[in-house]
Unconditional design. Structure first.
Lengths: 416, 315
């Protein structure tokens, strides 16, 4: 994927992909045979049972004693409920729904064209691509700036740029709705530089260059909004919150149509980096997408979600496309990047490329030895904002980012 | 029901920039072979034997150790090859076979593998091995003794030994141009200054060594030697002489820049290299040894963990 230059006097520069042409927008109108919804295991009193009927866009309360809800993306019956173990001793319930003909839930109809925070909290917390958005939370922190990201999080991904180009007029209206709902008037639209240069009529737009990882929340706050972030703090502590353009457009769509959005846009890129944009139901098994695209999955292939640098891979072929998945790649078995058993040999490539100026070389040695507290005290572990560049360039292929994530999780759990 | 497809699961990144450990080793081997070929030209087949024996024994020691320690065989990453080549570049062309084999044993097993392999060694394996050989069998590494049966078209005395014994008056027998071109006795791969500089620049341009270390090492040599020369010109040789003689350039480009034992932050690299240069001249001029580069490198290697803490902090 990358071409290493002969002369290596400078650090390698990685750039986010630009959307070159508006590729085929393949609409998936067909209904998946089944979808999977995941409920975080926050209670033991399960309110669901097998055979229960649900309709598209319906609110499902998985637990009797919790307000937490899921949104069904299809109509049908619940056919199985499985308890699954996830990372860091977390559990979740996987609810399988076998689909029937689409019937839209009417409960949300009364809010059509009447946007309000209450409606969002009661019905729209699961709209596609909405993730951890502070102004919508009931006991959220005080926010004074919202940044709408019309840029993408990983190198190859161009989904958000595509959405903005297709819906630039809608975006302005959607931002007005967002202002009305949250009561926050400082809303900025972050564009990539190439798009910004073309779109001069957006007074609220801001931009930054497309050098990876400039579109990360931390660097936007630091470089574009000019707010310095202390070690261990997050942008949200300084009153800055981020929402993706897909979530914003879905919000507008919900209030326009009086229906809860259940479809999400996913980008698929093949090995030649030709891109396709697919509209899929949330919770649809990834296998169905490949079948629909007529791509044959072979044994030992790898399915990667959300980008090569900082994404994750599917553990099994009917892994559901959840609301936060924005892109999809397949790597064939013989092209999978191998891991290695080497120790850090102190070449310093990671240090020179780290945008947070962390001593990755010393850090990784401490973390391998389990010295998490010392790593935080002396080497600013929490300054890392997890862009993944260190692991991308490491000649020894050490999973530096995983070490850092593990240490952060353990320290956070200890602190609680 | 049809057979379900099984997927491979791994951690990100799912692509890699493409720079690997083997890539680093092989490029360094290419660079180091240029001055070594010149050594073959001067010293003939005997030197070829030493170099090949050093490389093959280094590879064998590593393979053997990996087998005994039940570790993954790491020969293919080229590091053992590189260590063997580096060591042979420092040795005289007539080094006896047992010296070469013992040397590679020390470098590979004691210098590198017992600490856990590549990346864990506290000292540069080649410098450590040479230092032990030098302390144990001093005469076998004395170029004037070892190369006495050769007939050269140039002065057969080793320049550094001559200066150490007779002061700068002995320098009249050496021309700086000859030394720059490599027409003086020394290790198989360490005499030709111009070729060492060319291979050093190749490695810097390809990004395999860090220019800060090499440059500050040379700066340390030049500055310190200049001061000594100004204070007592009859006793201490000039900066250029010191730069082109002995192991100075091989140390600056190949030994001091070894990844594992050198710091990575900008200021730290400058201090590390500069100290190396200063120590080299101090040992040469004040110490009892003829060439101080190897010992200077071992000394600055110790400083690396402390120097690595000097860095710019965010916020």
């Amino acid at each position: 994927m990358f071409k290493k230059p002969f002369v290596n006097l400078k650090n390698p520069v990685f750039e986010y992909s630009k959307l070159l042409d508006e590729s085929e927008d393949k609409k998936f109108s067909f209904l998946p045979k089944k979808v999977f919804l995941n409920a975080d295991c926050i209670s033991d009193n399960l309110a669901l049972n097998v055979g229960m009927e649900v309709t598209t866009g319906q609110k499902i309360h998985p637990f009797t004693d919790e307000e937490y809800y899921l949104t069904s993306s299809v109509s049908g019956n619940i056919t199985s409920i499985l308890k699954m173990e996830g990372l860091n001793n977390s559990f979740s319930y996987q609810i399988e729904i076998t689909t029937k003909e689409d019937v839209f839930d009417t409960e949300f109809m009364e809010y059509q064209n009447k946007p309000s925070l209450e409606a969002v909290q009661n019905f729209l917390m699961n709209i596609p691509d909405l993730d951890d958005f502070e102004p919508f939370k009931k006991d959220g922190k005080k926010i004074n700036t919202i940044v709408v990201k019309a840029v993408d999080d990983d190198l190859l991904n161009t989904k958000n740029q595509y959405l903005f180009l297709k819906n630039s007029a809608e975006t302005v209206k959607a931002i007005d709705i967002l202002k009305k709902i949250t009561g926050i008037n400082r809303v900025k639209l972050l564009l990539s530089q190439s798009v910004y240069d073309k779109q001069t009529n957006f007074g609220l737009a801001i931009y930054t260059s497309n050098k990876y990882p400039n579109y990360s929340d931390y660097l936007i706050t630091k470089d574009v909004l000019k707010i310095d972030i202390e070690n261990g703090k997050k942008p949200v502590d300084y009153g800055v919150s981020f929402i993706s353009i897909e979530a914003l457009l879905n919000l507008k769509k919900a209030f326009d149509e009086g229906k809860v959005p259940v479809q999400k846009l996913v980008m698929y890129a093949d090995e030649y980096q030709s891109k396709r944009f697919l509209n899929v139901r949330v919770g649809m098994p990834v296998e169905d997408i490949f079948n629909k695209l007529r791509i044959i999955l072979k044994d030992s292939a790898q399915i990667v979600f959300n980008g090569f640098v900082n994404g994750f891979c599917a553990p099994y072929i009917d892994f559901p496309i959840n609301k936060n998945i924005s892109s999809l790649y397949m790597i064939e078995a013989d092209k999978i990047s191998n891991n290695s058993n080497y120790a850090c040999m102190n070449c310093g490539d990671c240090i020179r490329i780290c945008p947070a100026h962390i001593s990755c070389n010393i850090l990784v040695k401490l973390l391998e030895a389990g010295e998490y507290q010392r790593a935080e005290n002396e080497f600013h572990l929490f300054s890392c904002f997890e862009c993944g560049l260190c692991a991308l360039v490491c000649p020894a292929k050490i999973p530096i980012l995983q070490h850092i994530n593990l240490a952060k999780t353990i320290l956070t759990q200890k602190g609680e | 029901m049809s057979q379900r497809v099984k997927l491979t699961v791994s951690y990100p990144p799912f692509v890699h920039y493409g720079k690997g450990i083997a890539d680093n080793s092989y490029n360094t081997i290419i660079a180091a072979s240029i001055p070594t070929l010149y050594g073959f030209f001067i010293y003939g087949l005997m030197s070829v034997g030493v170099v090949l024996l050093a490389i093959s024994s280094a590879i064998l020691w590593e393979a053997l150790f990996c087998l005994i320690a039940k570790r993954e065989n790491t020969v293919k990453d080229g590091n053992a090859f590189l260590i063997g080549l580096f060591l042979s570049m420092l040795l005289p062309a007539t080094a006896p076979y047992w010296l070469v084999i013992t040397g590679t044993f020390i470098a590979i097993v004691i210098g590198k593998e017992i600490y856990g392999g590549l990346g864990s060694n506290p000292f540069n394996p080649v410098a450590l091995s040479y230092a032990i050989l030098f302390v144990a069998w001093k005469d076998f590494l004395n170029f004037d003794i070892m190369l006495s049966n050769f007939s050269f078209s140039f002065n057969y005395l080793n320049p550094l030994i001559a200066v150490k014994n007779f002061g700068t008056s002995a320098l009249n027998d050496f021309s700086l141009l000859d030394m720059f071109l490599g027409n003086h006795t020394g290790g198989i791969g360490s005499s030709s200054a111009i070729l060492l500089i060319i291979s050093g620049i190749y490695l810097i341009v390809r990004g395999h060594i860090r220019w800060e270390i090499s440059l500050s090492f040379i700066l340390g040599i030049v500055l310190t030697a200049f001061i000594f020369n100004q204070v007592a010109p009859d006793k201490y040789a000039s900066a250029t002489f010191n730069l082109f003689s002995g192991y100075t350039l091989i140390a600056a480009f190949f030994l001091a820049t070894e990844n594992t034992t050198s710091p990575v932050n900008f200021v730290a690299m400058l201090i590390y290299g500069f100290l190396g240069g200063v120590l080299t001249i101090l040992i040469r001029n004040i110490g009892i040894y003829v060439d101080g580069s190897i010992f200077a490198i071992l000394l600055i290697n110790i400083l690396t963990p402390i120097l690595d803490r000097i860095k710019k902090v965010n916020n």
